[in-house]
Design a protein around this ligand. Sequence first.
Ligand SMILES: C[S@@+](CC[C@H](N)C(=O)[O-])C[C@H]1O[C@@H](n2cnc3c(N)ncnc32)[C@H](O)[C@@H]1O
Length: 346
Amino acid sequence: MAKFFFLVSGENPTLPFAEVKAILEAENHAYSVLFRLTQVLVLKSDPRCIESVAHRSSLTRACGPFIAHCKASPEEILNTIEKADLSLHIAPGESFAVRIKRIRGSSPQIDGLSLERKIGRIIFNSVKGTRVNLERPEKIFLGILSDENFIFGLKTVEIKTGEFIKRGPSRTVFSHSAAMPPKMARCMVNLARPKTGDLVFDPFCGTGSFLVEAGLIGCRIIGSDIKRRMIEGSIQNLSVCGVEPEGLLIADARVPPFPSESVDCIVTDPPYGTSTTTLGMRTSEVFKSFLSATRGFLKKGGRLCLAAPKRVDVSRIAKELGFKHQESHFIYIHRRLTREIAVFTI
Ligand SMILES: C[S@@+](CC[C@H](N)C(=O)[O-])C[C@H]1O[C@@H](n2cnc3c(N)ncnc32)[C@H](O)[C@@H]1O
């Protein structure tokens, strides 16, 4: 086991950390969390964990081997880096750059540019034959200032959000105001912890956002929606993204279309009665009837990740129906809607 740092998005206080852990669990990487700061997670795991996060995560920004950590004072930072064995991370002949990332104005007394130069000099002096290249370095050392702490690591992975933006509502073939943004859809798929090849089902698939994201990380996918228009739209969106579903059906989520225990994970966003119809039912009734129907066709140990308005108290409903509540995260959308992202097992 080695130590790794993860610099995550600041758009939600808990979801990005939960996503990293869910990915490690889905891909069978044993891990133990060492510490967590605002937008930074440091943990021990096997070196392949980095590839898994790079391949799947939507809310991680960068990650790589962890080198050192100290209080954020200029003297302590330079002393700590002097003591680190930098030859483990850069070899003679290689070029490098040092970047400092400040989270939410942490340690304003520290001059980032001057710190980059001083750390650069330490690396240059301690591993002979290295050279600075600010434009196209072979190695990027990242120093993060967060919560008055300094975390130093080698950035081996940078996750760009451009691909998620490309799949967003303004660019998809078929869009709808209720569509889940791709980044959040990917995060929710990850929270359900499917492995490559697992069967992921969305019974309220709408435009197919969850199915696209699950398909792109190598899951088999199946979706249904009560509206023909939505199924036709999903077919178009999946095809544009090069994802082939095992099936897309026009079906009522309250009437399970599958044999029992046939699905590994369910990831879904049932209608709340605002931009999509609940067909005259109260929102809590939709959740109750869908959850009781769902229970039977999820495999033992399978997971369900769903979005619900906080006021519905979906965790209570699901627990009453025999689901085990694993985790919940909350996203403020507007004055009348805080969304709960909840994960359950059976
Ligand atoms: C909130 S939207 C889902 C949006 C979807 N996650 C996306 O990203 O496009 C809810 C969907 O549930 C569908 N729906 C409503 N009642 C249903 C039912 N009883 N069974 C199946 N689908 C239903 C609606 O047609 C709508 O497409």
